[in-house]
Ligand binder design. Structure first.
Ligand code: SAH
Length: 369
């Protein structure tokens, strides 16, 4: 007879599936865990729900205020103009959620409406939400399926949903953090054997050549790097521009510890507690993203500075004059999007443009190339 499950054993359909897979084949990477927990076609987090907004698990910038998508729309339209009237770019959003950002962008910037619009989305339920707001859109599962053309692309809180691998230094080598089975058969974190190749071969951020010190953490997302390389290939070949926005850090501000986190009903939870029922995210290293996008020119800004430079303050004043009853809510939204203690500095913006281009609107000359 099988033993009754331990009270600590996770009981979602995906937890059962993952336990069986690990029992049969051995521990899996954090990346493999994330891709099942988020992307499983039947029980994955994004496949089964609309996670956004007050009733969901988290709130994103476009859901806070229309002003966010409007500013992005103005930025994309300026880039469209700078490409010249003879160029016909494709407009692409990666992970559009409810489609709110793009709907606000198209309303604010009519020239964008003439462009073919492609939405990269794995979730059938979110595709249905997007179709309600973006009638002319076409969908694809990856950027590779979008026609070759000059590219105008935006991705807000998309990179942090892609699978990520974690490593811990043991003083000489890296070991990979894995999901295995612990007490009572529950999903539990463990470490791989030391990775082969010796410390100098470890191609990890933070410590690419020196032996990783004991307790050093490194995170790397091959999936995010693949997306950045594809954006770079297209912009280098056909021109265009991309904006990548996320809660993340520059290399100099790298957090000392691991950044994987789970959020359920607006509260932090254990990432292994309920696979398929909690959102899993991590903090991208924006310098690693820019490096993966070589040879493009990369410009960095905190979200608050970027939005302020594009005129979100004046937009908020105009909106408040037009809708005096909502003036307080508009002022609150402006603060949430731009103040350092809210989303203003923790969220960062990365602009990618062809090598040698001057700084696009919203960015100063600080660049990595
Ligand atoms: N950009 C939106 C939603 C962010 S949530 C906003 O700011 O509100 C992350 C989005 O990326 C969701 O739409 C999710 O379904 C989608 N997504 C996550 N992983 C994906 C993948 N591997 N491929 C395509 N879309 C993905």
């Amino acid at each position: 007879m099988r033993q009754a499950a331990d009270p600590g054993v996770q009981d979602t359909p995906l937890a059962a599936l993952l336990r069986a897979r690990i029992a049969a084949d051995g521990p899996i990477s954090i990346a493999a865990y994330m891709s099942v927990a988020l992307g499983h076609p039947e029980h994955g987090y994004y496949a089964t729900r609309d996670p956004l907004g007050a009733a969901g698990d988290f709130t994103t910038a476009p859901e806070i205020s229309q002003m966010f998508g409007e500013m992005i729309g103005l930025w994309l339209a300026e880039r469209q103009t700078s490409l010249g009237p003879e160029t016909r770019p494709v407009l692409v959003e990666l992970g559009p959620g409810r489609g709110t950002l793009m709907a606000d962008a198209l309303r604010a910037a009519p020239p964008l409406r003439s462009l073919p619009l492609w939405l990269i989305e794995i979730s059938p339920s979110l595709r249905a939400e997007q179709a309600k707001r973006l009638a002319s859109a076409q969908w694809a599962e990856t950027l590779d399926a979008v026609p070759e053309a000059p590219l105008l692309l935006v991705a807000n809180e998309f990179i942090d949903a892609l699978p990520m691998r974690q490593y811990l230094g043991d003083g000489a080598r890296w070991r990979e953090v894995q999901v295995g089975l612990g007490e009572g058969g529950a999903l539990a974190l463990g470490l791989s054997a030391p990775l082969p190749g010796g410390p100098t071969a470890a191609p990890l951020p933070g410590s690419p050549t020196a032996a990783p010190v004991r307790g050093a953490w490194a995170e790397q997302s091959p999936a995010a790097e693949r997306v950045m390389r594809e954006i770079a290939r297209r912009i280098a070949a056909h021109s265009g521009a991309a904006l990548v926005i996320d809660y993340g850090y520059r290399a100099a501000g790298r957090p000392a510890g691991p950044t994987l986190q789970a959020v359920r009903a607006h509260a932090r939870t254990d990432p292994l507690a309920a696979p398929g029922e909690a959102d899993l995210t991590w903090l991208p290293d924006f310098d690693a993203l820019a490096t993966a996008a070589a040879p493009l020119a990369a410009f960095h800004a905190p979200q608050g500075g970027f939005l302020a430079a594009l005129g979100i303050g004046r937009r908020a004043e105009a909106l408040a004059r037009a809708r005096p009853a909502e003036a307080g809510a508009i002022a609150d939204a402006l603060e949430r999007l731009t103040l350092p203690q809210a989303m203003g500095t923790r969220f960062r913006v990365l602009a990618l443009v062809p090598a040698g281009s001057p700084a696009p609107p919203g960015f100063s000359e600080e660049r990595t190339e």
